[in-house]
Structure formats: structure tokens, C-alpha cells
Design a protein around this ligand. Sequence first.
Ligand code: SF4
Length: 224
Amino acid sequence: MVKKQSSKSGNSSVREVAIDWNKELLPLFKKYKGKKHPLQFQNPYQLMVMIVLSARASDVMVNNLAPEFFKHYPTFGRLAKAAPVELYPLLRVPGFRKKAEWIIDIAKSIENLPAIPTAIGDLTKLKGFGRKSANVYMSQVGLPAEGVIVDLHTLRVAPRLGIAEGTDPKKIEQILMKCVDKKNWHILGMSLTYLGRETCRPKDPTCEECLVKKVCLFNQQKKK
Ligand code: SF4
């Protein structure tokens, strides 16, 4: 889908160009095709719990505590019967105490359903599960995309690239969904988050190594 866009970066210039983002981002899509999310999960249950735990925490921290946690709580059924206080020693981080309540709430909700929800509208009804979480879950368990993952990396990378502007994740997601064909939504989300993790770091992005440097607004402005 070719979009005529007005894109801003900071307070500087505006560009009015027609950009085929499906084409321009293809090098990223190829690079990150098949790449799994950094959360090391074994099944949809573990993924769902780990997504909730990883909100505002590092994936590494969650990966480290996951094996012991899932030894004690291997299923939604077992987790649904727990009290939050029983989870504290396994979650170790005081900031995770609210999340203990959320994952138990999710387990109880899912125990009352015939199956784990598969639509974004149902997933986002679960406690602690917003659109970002639902999009990550859907992309990793092979459900058709209904949105685009927008995490902290995407919030930085998308405006730099000039594909979206602003700081509101919902608005950025809507723009991304308009700029790229639906069949590419999952890979777009994973590509932008990995680009942000590996190349487009908050300080000193390594633009000379970047596969999309030619189309990137930030890079173009840097050279002026
Ligand atoms: S060219 Fe630089 S600023 Fe643009 S997306 Fe790549 S790393 Fe980020």
C-alpha cells in the first residue's frame, strides 16, 4: 500500500512523499522472518503469563524466573487455584506483586472459557493484557494479525523512520496498520522491535549498518 505521508521528526522538517512501506521495509521483513520473540516460552499458557510479567520489566528477568515458576504452576488450572502471596517467592521482584494478581485473574477467566481466546477483542478483556500484549501473543502462536505490536522500541523507531509520528501507542498502531498490508502486520511489529533492540538504539543508533537507512527520515535529516 503506497501512502502519501506528512511525517515530522522532532520540530524539524516535514516530508511529503509517497512511500511504499511494504517495499521499503522488505529488507527488515526478510531479516526478521521467523525470528521468535525473546521470551522463552514452551506453550501458549507460558507465553501469556510471561507477556504479563514482562510489562515494564526485562525479558531476561522474566526468562530467568520462568522455569522455576512453571515447575510450580504448569497450567492455567493450577495457577487459578493459587493465592497471590504464594507466587511472591517465585516472582521475587516486589514490582511483580500486582502482576501476580493479574495472572491469577487471567487463569481464572480462562478456566471458565472453553478455550484460550483467539481474537484481539477477547484477549484485551483479560487483566493486564493490552493491545501490545495481545498482538505479541497472536503473532507468536500463529493467529492471524488484527493489529501491530507497538512496544517502547517501536515508539522510538517508527517516528525516526518517518512511518508514524507522535507518542501515543494506539495512534501509532493505527498509522502502521494503514501504511503496511495486513499480511505484513505481524512481521512489521517484530521487525520494528528488533530494529530498535539491535540497531536503532535510543542513543547513537548505528545508521550506517541499518537496512532501511535510505528511507529513514532521521538519517536523511542527519546528513543535512
Ligand atoms: S537509519 Fe538510523 S535512525 Fe533510521 S531506523 Fe535505521 S538506525 Fe534508526
